[in-house]
Design a protein around this ligand. Structure first.
Ligand code: PLP
Length: 481
């Protein structure tokens, strides 16, 4: 492809992208294909000779679109949002074109410097404690990770190193292996699976602690679990608290948990993967109170802040907690020391994409107020859905809309779980809206999660989703199988 062909193709693709986004409501939200569908549509081996753009372009509709679950459809209400927006798409195009690699400051000075800048902007927008901002000069700062999973893993590893250093200074006779085998991380039984997985990857035990009846982890439960572990000769070292759980958007009791962590010298990590961006709105900021007790805080602009995957922002109170652990240098990486951070010591990746660009575009082209009004609109639509659920006595709200998620179920003492499961199957099979379930109350209560995900979702879409739920409930309750 030469420059002239690129220019033509790019214009056509931009038209396609724009039409796709603007007309997305005309496509069924979910696909009807079966596993393996693609094999029948494309050759089994790669072309030996270059094809033309004119040959490829029609295959976007023919091959790709049939296999799409449309995450940006206004009728997509599953998982959490996988954000995108025009500013973010533009920035990703430019990132790909610049094609630079953030290996060190010297390998792409602007990549590091813009990341430092936007992480401070975002930290200010969230009113994070000063210590988390580079500009405070207090030793903390933020950087962009690929995912919340990576953020949990690397903070857990940093916490492990800190605990080992502390314990060995107190009791030099202990070896690293002695300590490591007794370390235990704590999290809620409602925490995202990535916390357990971080333990698996780090070779560390993670104990799920029972959440309360509102699906939140309390300080008392953490304290009791810590005491039990200590009594058994184990060493609690890390707590992952969740603000906005995946199952029901519950909020762990951050202040109380933070107080336990401070008293017991435990690293407190906050996973606010979904909910975090909402704290930019003053009315939701109190949900973050207690962050001043945390060692690390993570949230995903790629969920609730209009920024395409991948963009997961992680702040730490003391950058050296990461850089001391992940610092490995080879001759080919060595650069003269300067005042800017070397983000390769903050993350798993060595080569970093220029992800700060999309945050910079999104924040500038929406403005803080624009981001706030987007979040408020999503929340108000979820609250409207909650109101509709409450208006029908056959249903109950299992978790109200604090942000963009409502959990609801059919109210039936005996068959509530199986009926609600059957209802969701029918709703999704009709392919007019798409939702997924979760289990609450220690895995005993089956609920349907309704999430406002798309920036195209309007009141009429919420009403459509509810009418679909009611229509299938009418049929199901008239004739349960
Ligand atoms: N933590 C929470 C609370 C989540 O809801 C999710 C995903 O939905 C994750 C972590 C994982 O996020 P990521 O895909 O960025 O690793």
């Amino acid at each position: 492809m030469d420059a002239a062909e690129f220019r033509t193709a790019a214009v056509q693709l931009i038209d396609f992208i724009t039409d796709y986004q603007e007309n997305i409501r005309s496509r069924p939200v979910s696909p009807s294909v079966r596993p393996g569908y693609l094999r029948h549509l494309v050759p089994a081996s790669a072309p030996q000779h270059a094809e033309t753009w004119d040959q490829l372009m029609p295959d976007i509709e023919r091959v790709i679109m049939p296999g799409m679950l449309h995450w940006h459809s206004p009728q997509f209400h599953a998982y959490f949002a996988g954000a995108t927006s025009y500013p973010s798409i533009l920035a990703d195009m430019l990132t790909d074109a610049l094609g630079c690699m953030g290996i060190s400051w010297a390998s792409a000075p602007v990549l590091t410097e813009l990341e430092v800048l936007v992480m401070d902007w975002l930290g200010q927008m969230l009113q994070l404690p000063d210590e988390f901002l580079f500009s405070s000069g207090k030793g903390g700062g933020g950087n962009i990770q690929g995912s919340a999973c990576e953020s949990t893993l690397i903070t857990m590893l940093a916490a492990r190193a800190r605990a080992i250093t502390r314990l060995r200074s107190e009791r030099p006779e202990l070896s690293e292996a002695d300590i490591s085998g007794r370390l235990v991380g704590l999290t809620s039984d409602q925490a995202h699976s990535s916390v357990a997985r971080a333990g698996l990857l780090a070779g560390l035990r993670v104990r799920p602690v029972r959440s309360n009846t509102r699906n939140a982890l309390t300080g008392e439960a953490v304290e009791a679990a810590v005491a039990e572990e200590l009594a058994a000769g184990n060493i609690p070292f890390f707590v992952a608290a969740t603000l906005g759980t995946t199952a029901s958007c519950a909020f762990d009791h951050l202040r109380n948990i933070g107080a336990v962590c401070a008293r017991r010298a435990l690293w407190l990590h906050i996973d606010a993967a979904y909910a975090g961006p909402a704290f930019i709105c003053p009315e939701f900021r109190p949900l973050l109170d207690g962050v001043e007790l945390a060692d690390s805080f993570n949230m995903n602009p790629h969920k609730f802040m209009l920024t395409a995957h991948d963009c997961s922002t992680l702040w730490v109170r003391r950058a050296t907690d990461l850089t001391d652990v992940f610092h490995v240098d080879a001759k080919y990486l060595a650069t003269a020391r300067n005042s800017m951070p070397s983000f390769r010591h903050w993350a798993i990746q060595l080569s970093r994409r220029f992800r700060a660009l999309k945050l910079w575009f999104v924040i500038r082209l929406y403005g803080v107020e624009g981001i706030r009004s987007y979040i408020r609109q999503q929340v108000s639509l979820a609250k409207e859905f909650e109101r509709l659920v409450r208006s029908d006595r056959r249903f109950e709200v299992a978790a109200p809309a604090v942000l963009g998620l409502v959990c609801f179920r059919l109210r039936d003492k005996e068959f509530g779980n199986s009926l609600t499961d059957a209802l969701l199957s029918r709703v999704n099979a009709a392919r007019r809206v798409h939702m997924i379930p979760s289990m609450l109350r220690g895995g005993t209560q089956y609920v349907i999660r309704f999430v406002v995900c798309s920036r195209y979702t309007e009141l009429r879409d919420v009403q459509l989703a509810w009418s679909e739920v009611q229509r299938h409930a009418d049929q199901l309750l008239a004739q349960p199988e």
